[in-house]
Write a protein that binds this ligand. Structure first.
Ligand SMILES: *Cc1c(COP(=O)(O)O)cnc(C)c1O
Ligand code: SF4
Length: 395
């Protein structure tokens, strides 16, 4: 179904912006300045469906519209069902709110001791450092605050966040997120990472960012030097579909890897975007080709106006079942539900345990065959241990 995952077939070039100077194209500032942010700009490149037009009209009340030229090129403008298009161009479904949907779908507001700092798990915190992103994903869990379309007015105080972490010696892991932390200037990131590194009990620092995917130009050698200086800094990128894996993304992840940044990937399972085996397999294989280890596959959160993007959980389980054992174990993310109300991430696995009795566990393998493993040592027919002969080992 997909062209070979061979890099020869990965997208490269400037697409609709072929006439632009290469130095502009490769500048992240140029990319940000030239983002598509209005319906009129969109319509210069693409014929919107009535469904999309209705979504675009509503976007300013929910989550802003923004797409970098680089990412826009990945859209197949002839195909209304293009999996890239559905991620960044709003649709009418966003205007419909079903009863189980929530503004704060994973209950972050209740576990924020300081504005922007979520302390839900015993030894780690989520530090939200900005409400802006290079482009906006229509299924964003933090739509309530990201892009400020809903007047949340997010103004985190880094100093208060840092002070909280300094005063809580149990925090050994800090995850910077937002919004997208890599939209901060080099100077701010350098300062923030430096301050975190100074805290003796912080041993693990990671960044959650979709910038490599929306704006790979931001991964400059200077930025990589900052990661090197404060390293190890781990990073989770966010790719949902194999078509997002391009030559430019490859080069950006290579710069990060060579700067010593271990890379993981988080995907959201999305209806008609990546919820079939061929697409998911291609995505996972391409990630491995970029030295990116798939980390989490999220069941889509109950975000307001997201019903059209959510996939049934059963389908997610079937997907994992079709992958485990059938392809490289390194490529398999953990499928999770971030529990509504603040329960945190809960792993969802296909059933490999058939039953556990007093003396054995009955398992089912990837081909559906049954296997047994004893729970207690078998005491019958034990032979006396042979005498240990050291010389036999040394020969
Ligand atoms: C996801 C998340 C983390 C990190 O969880 P890991 O399973 O360690 O990746 C930490 N805090 C919050 C609030 C989170 O949502
Ligand atoms: S990059 Fe992340 S924070 Fe930004 S809109 Fe997408 S999902 Fe939300």
């Amino acid at each position: 179904m997909y062209p070979q995952d061979n890099r020869e077939n990965w997208f490269k070039g400037q697409g609709h912006w072929e006439g632009v100077a290469e130095s502009d194209w490769k500048s992240w500032v140029w990319q940000l300045k030239n983002r598509i942010t209005t319906t009129e700009q969109l319509e210069e490149f693409i014929e919107l469906t009535p469904d999309e037009k209705a979504g675009c009209l509503f976007a300013n009340n929910k989550l802003a519209l923004a797409i970098t030229p680089y990412f826009f090129n990945l859209i197949d403008t002839e195909n209304p069902d293009c999996p890239i298009r559905k991620q960044v161009i709003p649709r009418k479904g966003e205007t419909t709110i079903s009863p189980d949907e929530l503004l704060d779908p994973v209950g972050e507001e209740n576990t924020m001791p300081v504005k922007g700092l979520v302390h839900r798990y015993p030894d780690r915190v989520l530090f939200l450092v900005t409400d802006r992103c290079a482009a906006y994903c229509r299924y964003c869990t933090r739509s309530r605050l990201v892009s400020n379309a809903q007047d949340y007015n997010f103004h985190p105080s880094y100093e208060e966040g840092l002070e909280y972490i300094r005063n809580h010696p149990e925090i050994r892991d800090v995850l910077l997120s937002g919004g997208d932390p890599l939209l901060l200037s080099d100077r701010k990131l350098d300062h923030l990472l430096g301050e975190l590194r100074k805290i003796p009990h912080v041993e693990f620092i990671r960044i959650g960012s979709r910038i490599p995917v929306f704006l790979p130009q931001r991964i400059t050698p200077q930025l990589c030097e900052i990661f090197k200086k404060h390293g190890p800094i781990w990073m989770s990128i966010h790719v949902n579909h194999p078509n997002e894996i391009t030559e430019e993304l490859y080069e950006a992840t290579e710069r990060l890897s060579f700067a010593g940044v271990p890379l993981g990937n988080q995907s959201v399972l999305l209806n008609g975007i990546n919820d079939d085996v061929d697409t998911m397999k291609s995505l996972l294989h391409r990630l491995l080709m970029m030295r990116v280890r798939p980390y989490y596959l999220y069941q889509c959160d109950l975000i307001t106006g997201s019903a059209h993007l959510r996939t049934p959980v059963e389908k997610g389980i079937e997907l994992i079942k079709a992958l485990r054992g059938h392809t490289t174990g390194y490529s398999l993310p953990q499928y999770v539900i971030d529990a509504p109300g603040g329960g945190g991430k809960i792993p969802i696995n296909p059933e490999y345990i058939q039953k556990i009795t007093e003396d054995e566990i009955v398992l089912r393998n990837f081909e559906g065959k049954e296997y047994r493993y004893p729970l207690k040592p078998n005491q019958q027919g034990l032979e006396p241990a042979r005498e240990f002969e050291p010389e036999a080992v040394l020969v």
